[in-house]
Design a protein around this ligand. Structure first.
Ligand code: FAD
Ligand code: FES
Length: 341
């Protein structure tokens, strides 16, 4: 009954729900969204990993190599990127288990605080509390606009019972729809729709060093993760926070990190690295690429936590693994947008 010539009809069964019929060459993600099924996503171009899911049965054609986003174990367990996978016939797909994923809340943008020339902290007051793990992110949609939803990482830890005020560090992306909307003063008192809490970037158990690296607004989930660890045994683990920025005017949150360091119970080193600081400036810190500040000999037990633009993440993973850190001990969120992969 169905079919395009000899081609078999493609269907998608998501998390045990009734199968839906996909259009020709439609990806798992697009098909799910077209049928109104909730499916975590952000960039839609294979750059962020937000649409990671497990292929339970059936075959897909992958549009890109997913090995830079998925671990060897995940690939062996048939994890795929929903936005880059076109079903070849009936497929069954499972989303990663995330008990916090189905929170749908509205809120009001109540505060904007500039942190640098292009990054601000924004605060949203929610109608009801949201729960999340430090390191996770939310998908924000501006109500009353046609802007597509975009993902932003919670910038602070929250009590386990949840919080009704949430903050994000947002970087203004040139020509970027949502980031400019969020940072425009006209957005104050405007309403947003928030889907939370997404992603599997969070602190893992262990007692080794936390080797953290941030670029741009990527500091947000690391601040949340470290704040969340403060009152636990994790605060006895040595910490490096390597922060990559172009110039001194791109650095921020240094006082807050110093306060965090003062309460930490183990060595805590914050290392800003500037790539475009004028040679004749008063900067006495490190210069070059932030990846050059990665320790050459990484100790056993170390875990890597990386957040920021995809090129930084990819370069850091390459250096960290070359310096002895197992790929499985590196956790990251690629802040990809529609322009980069
Ligand atoms: C897991 C995750 C967490 C994130 N957390 C944060 C965070 O905490 N803080 C933060 O600031 N950002 C974060 N981001 C990035 C954020 O989600 C947005 O991608 C970013 O704010 C840009 O969205 P926008 O709507 O402003 O830009 P868009 O309107 O999507 O445009 C982005 C750029 O892409 C260009 N562009 C758009 N479409 C195309 C196209 N088809 N071809 C070529 N270029 C195009 C635009 O001109 C612009 O330069 C995160 C992303 C992910 C995936
Ligand atoms: S939405 Fe698929 S990788 Fe970003």
């Amino acid at each position: 009954m169905f079919g395009w010539g000899k081609q078999q009809v493609s269907t998608l069964a998501l998390d045990g729900q009734a199968p839906v019929v996909l259009a020709k060459n439609e990806t798992v993600l697009n098909g799910a969204l077209r049928h109104g099924l909730a499916f975590p996503h952000s960039c839609k171009v294979g750059g962020c990993g937000a649409c990671k899911c497990q292929l339970v049965s059936g075959q897909v054609r992958e549009l890109t190599d997913s090995s830079y986003l998925l671990s060897r174990e995940e690939i062996a367990d048939r994890f795929i990127l929903g936005c880059q996978s076109i079903p070849q016939g009936p497929v069954e797909v499972r989303l990663p288990a995330n008990p916090l994923a189905n929170q749908h809340i509205e809120g009001t943008l109540i505060h904007q605080r500039p942190l640098t020339h292009d990054i601000s902290e924004i605060v949203i007051r929610l109608d009801t509390p949201v729960r999340y793990l430090p390191g996770q992110y939310a998908s924000l949609r501006a109500l009353g606009t046609t802007l597509p939803a975009r993902c932003y990482s919670f910038a602070h830890a929250a009590p386990e019972a949840g919080t009704q005020e949430i903050a994000f560090f947002v970087r203004r992306v040139p020509q970027g729809g949502m980031s400019n909307w969020l940072l425009d003063s006209a957005a104050l008192e405007q309403r947003l729709d928030i889907q939370a809490s997404l992603g599997d970037f969070h602190l893992r158990e262990g007692d080794g060093t936390l080797l953290c690296m941030a670029g741009g607004s990527g500091l947000a989930p690391l601040v949340a993760l470290l704040e969340g660890a403060l009152d636990s045994v994790a605060a006895q683990r040595p910490v490096y926070v390597l922060m990559g920025a172009r110039t001194q005017r791109d650095l921020y949150y240094r006082d807050e990190l110093a306060a965090l360091k003062a309460h930490w119970q183990a060595p805590f080193e914050f290392i800003p690295v500037l790539s475009e600081e004028p040679a004749d400036s008063d900067w006495r810190g490190r210069r070059g690429w932030v990846t050059e500040a990665i320790p050459a000999d990484i100790r056993a037990g170390t875990q890597g936590y990386l957040c920021g633009p995809p090129p930084m993440i990819d370069a850091a993973i390459a250096v960290m693994t070359a310096n002895g850190l197992a790929r499985e001990q590196i956790f990251f969120d690629r802040f990809s947008d529609q322009s980069v992969k």
